[in-house]
Write a new protein. Sequence first.
Length: 133
Amino acid sequence: MNTADHLRRLFAYDEWANREVLRSFQKAGTPPHPALKRLAHILGAAYLWYSRITGEPCPLAVWRDLTLSECEEYTDRVGAIWRKYLSSISEQQLSEPVSYKNSKGEPCGYARRLPSRADCRSHARRGSNPRLY
């Protein structure tokens, strides 16, 4: 499997997992605030990396509080932008570095085109705190 296909599978899994979390929130009626905040962070981080890679503005802050319905909306949006982006990226483009700025707007040098699998796992582990999900 090439890198682009692998990333498509990882992002499809991420979208599936976000939707599973949303379903559990809906069943709960009123989800715990820390859990909702964690999902909002996951969605904000996904948007932030997309913005860093594409140079487009980021419409969602990384630590913004979102309602359940906003989380549902952003889950749809985040899934759509990444599916569109990954459907058009080449293996060559994936190996090219990207210059980006951190959340404060400071230049951070270069990053790989997309975070590696290890980067994704180390940033936000869904099972890191079972009380939040």
